[in-house]
Structures are given as C-alpha cells and as structure tokens.
Design a protein around this ligand. Sequence first.
Ligand code: FAD
Length: 441
Amino acid sequence: MGALRWHFLLQCLEDLQKNLCQLGSCLLVIQGEYESVLRDHVQKWNITQVTLDAEVEPFYKEMEANIRHLGEELGFEVLSVVSHSLYDTKRILDLNGGTPPLTYKRFLHILSLLGDPEVPVRTLTAEDFRSCRPPDPGLAERCRVPLAADLKILPESTSPWRGGETEGLQRLEQHLTDQGWVASFTKPRTIPNSLLPSTTGLSPYFSLGCLSVRTFFYRLSNIYAQAKHHSLPPVSLQGQLLWREFFYTVASATPNFTKMAGNPICLQIGWYEDAERLHKWKTAQTGFPWIDAIMTQLRLEGWIHHLARHAVACFLTRGDLWISWEEGMKVFEELLLDADYSINAGNWMWLSASAFFHQYTRIFCPVRFGKRTDPEGQYIRKYLPVLKNFPSKYIYEPWTASDEEQAQAGCIIGRDYPFPMVNHKEASDRNLQLMKQVREE
Ligand code: FAD
C-alpha cells in the first residue's frame, strides 16, 4: 500500500472519529496484530461481541475464521455482516450450482432470481450510541488516530482526493443532483482524459468503506424510477456496481485469483520477464505521452479513469510489452486509492485477455486512443509539462516533430523526453501472433 492510500485511510479514520464524537461516542484505534490485540483487550474491556465485514479476500476469510476460534476460547460472540458488497456472494454461488458465473449476462440472470439487494442500514443517530460512553480522556488520547509521521509515511502529496465519509457523501450528492446525467450515464462514452473525473470518482470511498454501495444503489433506483428512460447494465451506473459484484463473486470461489499459476479461470501465458521495461512503464518513461501521462496521474493522484486503466494495462500486457498482468496489478495495488483484491485482479485478467474477455485482436493504439477525446492533448500537457509547448499535431507523437520544432518546443526527444520504447505496430503484430498461438494450443 503506497503513501497516497495511507494518507487517504488516515483521513477516513479522522473523519469517522469526528463524526462519532458528534454523536457522543468516539473511535479508539489500537495498533497491533489482531489476535494479540483481542487477547489483550477482551477481558480488560469486557468485550462481548466482535463485529466485522464479511469479505471475500483470503486474508480476511482466514482472519474471520481465526477470530471465531478466539471467540470460542475467550467467550465473545462474532457477528460477520455482508456490507462491503450488495449481495452475499455465497447465495449467488448456490444459485449457480456452487460455481461462479463467468459471464456478466449469466451473473445478471442469477441476480434476477435473487431480487434487489438488502436495503441499506439506516443512518445512526446519537440515540444509538447512548450506551457507548466515551472512555476516559487518557485512553482516547492513547488510542487516537495515528499521524502519518507516527507511521513513518512519506509526507502528504498533492493528491486532490480527500478521504472520509463526509467527502464521499458530498461527492455522491453532487452527482445525484444531476438526474439527467445519472439516467443517461453510459460508461464507454465517458472521457478518460478529462481534467476532472468524467465518472463518479466514488471508487476510493467504496473501497475503504466510507460509503455504502447499497445507499448508492437505492439512490440510483429512485432516480431511475422517476426518469422516462434510463441506461441499463452493463453500461449504466447501477451496471457499474454490478461489475463490482461480479468480480467479488468470481473471486470468492476461485483459488489463486490474483495469480496466473494455479488459477483455473486464467489462460496460462509465457509472459516475458523484463524488469527494465516494467520499470519504464511504471515510472512513465515509455516515450508514449498518452501512456506516460496516465501513469503520472496514477502516481501523483492515485485515481485514473477506467479507459485510461484499459490503455496502460493493454500496453503492458498483450498490446506492446508482453509483460504479465500480475506485475501491472501489483503496481496498481501500490498506487491506486481504490486498490481492491477482486476488482483489480479481475480487470487485469480481462484486459490481458487472460479471462472473461476474448476479443484479443482489439489492441489499443497508444497514439490514437487518447486523441479521440482530447485532440489538443490538454491532459498530456497537464501531467507531462515537459511536452506542453508542442503543437497539438505532435503532442501524442512528439518524436515525429523535426529537430527545429523540438527545439522550438523546448524539448528534445531522446534528451528531455524518451523516444518510444517500442515500435507499436511491430510489437502489437508480434504479440497478436503470440496470443493466437497460446489460444490454439
Ligand atoms: P464509476 O464509473 O462511477 O462506477 C461506479 C462504481 O462502480 C465504481 O466506483 C466501482 O466501485 C464500480 N465499478 C466501475 N467499473 C468497474 C469495473 N470495471 N469493475 C468493477 N467495479 C467497477 N476498481 C476498483 O475499485 N479497484 C481496483 O483495484 C480496480 N482496478 C482496476 C484495474 C484495471 C486494469 C481496470 C481496467 C479497472 C480497474 N478497476 C478497479 C475498475 C474501474 O476502473 C474503477 O472502479 C472505476 O474507474 C472507478 O471510477 P469511478 O468510481 O468513477 O467509477
């Protein structure tokens, strides 16, 4: 987990602490390994119930099992609640004969048998916290939300994202006031290189539990009910939430979901191992401005648009570099604010045509893709200021400018900004053949 996400998480906890305070309660943050923390506190604080989010990730499944054992030993009750996802994935698996549905269409069919998800938990009030008296001020001070410096996290960067339920709710309300936008939302038509997010930008808030997906789902249902027409899954906003559920469901029942080896749904591919090329991709030195601008936004801000994720994921894997999706997933895991075990791995498998998606002949061009929605290259100028003085006709391929034009733009390719690391046409043709071969085998 990178520094940006740490800062975001600490902001979330501070916001939670503030909101609980307003309700007459407070948040105690205890640092340490969960088992010893529980052992130390159960008797001391007379803990009778431990409540946790039911999760699909193996680490948390194991944690829940361990906590249950501990509960039997130490005498506390464990309440595990499905709240990070809309549905209990076990119910979906049961209806599909115990296996995960591997297409979105099949998944929607199963959901139609289940009906709407549970309604969201109501908003808590001070009344709910009547019996949760704030502990003595000394304890509250000892168990305060840690500062980034306490955890030796690098100082705050300039990310425009701020963590917390308050911010998440504000963002939600902002989007929902434009009901026409909500009703007509069509994901492929949103713009990957707009200077402000063209989608909701709610993923970091869902990811860290600041915002309830059910609240979002039902607010959308209310807007759809009032609209004459509205878009539908897979492209609608509710459809996006269902993609999330889809990946949670498949991940919950697939061993080694974040790996190629031992993963029964993943195509086994002999990807190249090339640390130098991987490093260039990760550090925005591919020489393709569209790719490098996206990787810069990811590093500086921790969020990039879905189609921008498509562009860089395809480039790293089946498009240009033929490097394993696992490597890309790890970089995203470190840098994304919304990094998520199931969604990240699922989408990387998708983009690399290792699972779910099989139209592998469709390879994104690192020059033409971004041009369609931002012909002037404003996005590139923002994130790669070294290129900002190039005329628009060169901004996506500055190496084609003459020496004089480069000098005029104040940026010599090969000195101030790299030449493209591959010839896209040759690399993508070769990779296409490789992919055909793998599939035939
Ligand atoms: P919106 O379009 O406004 O959608 C609303 C919500 O729906 C999102 O917040 C998200 O929770 C969910 N959603 C949208 N698209 C998807 C999708 N394709 N799959 C699953 N859920 C979706 N998303 C993550 O939350 N965490 C990740 O680690 C992650 N890794 C990704 C890796 C790759 C290679 C790709 C191509 C996509 C990845 N995504 C991931 C999915 C998607 O890009 C983001 O969820 C989305 O861009 C977040 O922006 P938003 O909140 O504005 O989305």
